[in-house]
Write a protein that binds this ligand. Structure first.
Ligand SMILES: Cc1ncc(COP(=O)(O)O)c(C=O)c1O
Length: 373
């Protein structure tokens, strides 16, 4: 019997593979693979979640009215410039779908967030991947890669997995050089962790550039990864267009209520973010002191560009019950977790290799390959 027919693009996709041992009943791993916060939900959010329990026989507010207005207040803009989605990935998908048509292109850096290529494929967009310069976006090259067919440019800032950021000056020059007919998406999933001298976020630039949208999430700093809620800021026209692409009722009532509660806890949030930033500095400085190559890290994770040694190191961490995200042949991304988990990770790095943890490091340009002696 002939098999059901699917779009050829589906055959090109691979299923998402979560890091082994993190979910399910296998031996628990130290969770340093998914860039989650190590902290419990913010105070009051669990109570807010429980209170919604009694109403779940009703549909949620399809327009996420209360949450949308709360987000708009935080950013000092009108609610018609805010779109809430079931995780920022749902909003990213809406963006790609909204502009995807045969012959269209999307430009993004590589390596960057691993979902972008799949979203492009699904939306029928051709991916134009612009190599990072070292570990950082090459915005000039990205602008130079746009053509009449470019419908979307995505900049992940801080970049997942390399952790680096572009400056406001670079961003302004970039925004001015990309055609206004092309949407520009700044994926700021980790921006709360950024400690740069100039403003980290592009939100302040939205007014001047109606083709700019900024994506934020409640999954990382806000600690609501399990509820799947994020948002997008942009011009009222772009928000209205994208709103038509998102499924109504996609953001459940529990997520809406919890996100609204979390949004009101600015002080608690910044204390936790500061603590994670301090841990990030501690772990990175320790690694740098031992000769590990670690690029500037502005998210809640570190990037170890280990090249051909990446799989070996990822396997070594797994054998020590530490879940990290391995990109074979390129590097390993490790989240900044609790102090205890970070210590376990540092111990693993010290023990890796020939027993003494000593590896010869060969530098070629900016790529660092770690090879076993
Ligand atoms: C760069 C980037 N964007 C978006 C997301 C997805 O966030 P959400 O949980 O809001 O879908 C992630 C999650 O890891 C991410 O790394």
């Amino acid at each position: 019997m002939p098999a059901p027919l699917f779009r050829p693009a589906i055959d090109l996709l691979t299923s998402y593979r979560p890091t082994e041992g993190v979910y399910g009943t296998a031996a628990p791993m130290r969770p340093l693979s998914a860039n989650e916060t190590p902290y419990d939900p913010l105070p009051g959010t669990v109570e807010a979640i429980a209170a919604v329990g009694a109403t779940v026989h009703r549909y949620p507010d399809p327009g996420c009215g209360e949450l949308t207005r709360a987000i708009a207040r935080v950013h000092g803009i009108g609610p018609n410039r805010v779109l809430v989605g079931a995780g920022s990935v749902a909003l990213l998908q809406a963006l790609f779908q909204a502009v995807g048509e045969p012959g269209g292109e999307v430009v993004y850096a590589w390596r960057s967030f691993e979902l972008y290529p799949a979203l492009a494929e699904l939306a029928g967009l051709r991916s134009v991947q612009v190599p990072l310069a070292g570990a950082t976006h090459d915005l000039r090259a990205m602008a130079g890669s746009t053509t009449d067919d470019t419908r979307l440019v995505v900049v992940c800032n801080p970049n997942n997995p390399t952790g680096t950021m572009v400056t406001q000056e670079q961003l302004r020059a970039f925004l001015a050089s990309v055609p206004s007919t092309c949407l520009i998406a700044l994926d700021e999933a980790y921006v709360e962790y950024a400690r740069t001298p100039d403003p980290a976020s592009a939100v302040g630039l939205c007014e001047a550039y109606p083709n700019l949208v900024v994506l934020r999430t409640f999954s990382k700093a806000y600690g609501l990864a399990g509820l799947r809620v994020g948002y997008l800021l942009g011009s009222a026209d772009v928000v209205a267009q994208l709103g038509k692409v998102c499924l109504a009722y996609a953001v459940n009532a529990v997520a809406q209520r919890a996100a609204e509660a979390a949004l009101g806890l600015r002080d608690e949030l910044s204390q936790r973010v500061d603590a994670t930033v301090a841990e990030r500095t501690r772990v990175r400085d320790t690694l740098l002191g031992r000769g590990w190559p670690v690029p500037d890290a502005q998210g809640n994770f570190l990037w170890l560009p280990l090249g051909s040694a990446s799989a070996d190191f990822g396997g070594w961490c797994a054998s020590r019950h530490i879940a990290v995200r391995t990109f074979p042949g390129e590097g390993v991304r490790v989240s900044v977790g609790s102090a205890e988990d970070n210590d376990a990770f540092l111990a693993a790095t010290a023990d890796w290799g020939d027993g003494s943890g000593v590896f010869a490091r060969e530098h070629s340009g900016e790529t660092v390959t770690v090879v076993k002696r």
